[in-house]
Design a protein around this ligand. Structure first.
Ligand code: NAI
Length: 253
């Protein structure tokens, strides 16, 4: 790893281009900044908060990196494809894809409206298909790249009142492993990260009792997940293929 410069920028990912879905806040935001700090130019999409997205772009650019933000719904393939096409037109390459955009619509299956099922599957799982599908052919031609899918421990172990979310996140793990086998020979590495409770808007109302159940006695930080992402993207992670890394403060041991 290169030395940090005055802005904390390392050269580890210099010359790389990263697309992060759901980058405007939470874990996605931390990933955008971590990748930029390590030298990557950035494109990210988000659902609605333009102000947050623009200020994040300003922050990434202050690290000396290019940054473009797209208000694009990850469930809409054609718009995702346009974003990817424009990224290639502007930057000439894509090296890193982080499928991070996700939502929850928790509730018991007994009363779950179909809409809550569909929204969660469409965002968390089909969203990852959309972005991966849009980049995979040029990435295969490039014969290099890395795709990281943000799953969840709910997808590995299940969680009551999250059948929709757990199904989507478990689906993402199957997607990760299958795609990893499919494209490893093209020099593309596909991996997943399965976080426990990370402090973001998504987990804003986490109860004290739940935190007590975590051996670390605290929630995780978005930056701690982002650090794993940059490890997986870097040459240090080059033997990781189709792996699912849990980061849960001991919650699932
Ligand atoms: P968050 O709610 O703070 O941020 C979600 C991001 O996804 C936002 O930037 C939002 O704009 C974007 N997004 C949502 N729907 C979208 C759509 N249709 N199109 C485009 N962008 C969309 O959530 P958080 O906590 O940062 O979660 C990020 C990822 O990490 C999600 O996939 C989540 O399931 C996963 N995760 C989070 C955990 C946590 O404890 N916070 C634990 C395990 C996994």
């Amino acid at each position: 790893m290169d030395l940090f410069d005055a802005k904390g920028v390392t050269g580890m990912l210099t010359g790389k281009v990263a697309i992060v879905s759901g980058g405007s806040r939470g874990i996605g935001r931390a990933i955008v900044l971590e990748l930029a700090r390590n030298g990557a130019d950035i494109v990210f999409n988000y659902l609605s908060n333009r102000d947050k997205a623009e200020s994040l772009c300003v922050e990434a650019r202050s690290l000396g990196k290019k940054c473009m933000a797209y208000e694009v719904d990850i469930t809409e393939y054609e718009k995702v494809k346009t974003m990817v096409d424009e990224t290639y037109a502007e930057y000439g390459r894509v090296d890193i894809v982080v499928n991070n955009a996700g939502i929850t619509r928790d509730g018991a299956l007994a009363t779950m409206p179909l809409e809550n099922w569909s929204q969660v599957i469409n965002t968390n799982l089909t969203g990852a298909f959309n972005l991966s599908r849009a980049v995979i052919i040029p990435m295969m031609k490039q014969r290099a790249g890395t795709i990281i899918n943000i799953s969840s421990i709910s997808g590995v172990y299940g969680n009551a009142r999250q059948t929709n979310y757990s199904a989507a996140k478990a689906g993402l793990i199957g997607f990760t492993k299958s795609l990893a086998k499919e494209v490893a020979s093209y020099g593309i590495r596909v991996n997943a990260i399965a976080p426990g409770f990370i402090e973001t808007d998504m987990t804003g109302d986490l109860q004290e009792a739940m935190i007590k159940a975590i051996p670390a006695k605290r929630t995780g930080k978005a930056e701690e997940v982002a650090a794993l992402v940059s490890f997986l993207c870097s040459d240090s992670g080059k033997y990781m293929i189709g792996d699912v890394i849990e980061i849960s403060g001991g919650l699932v041991i």
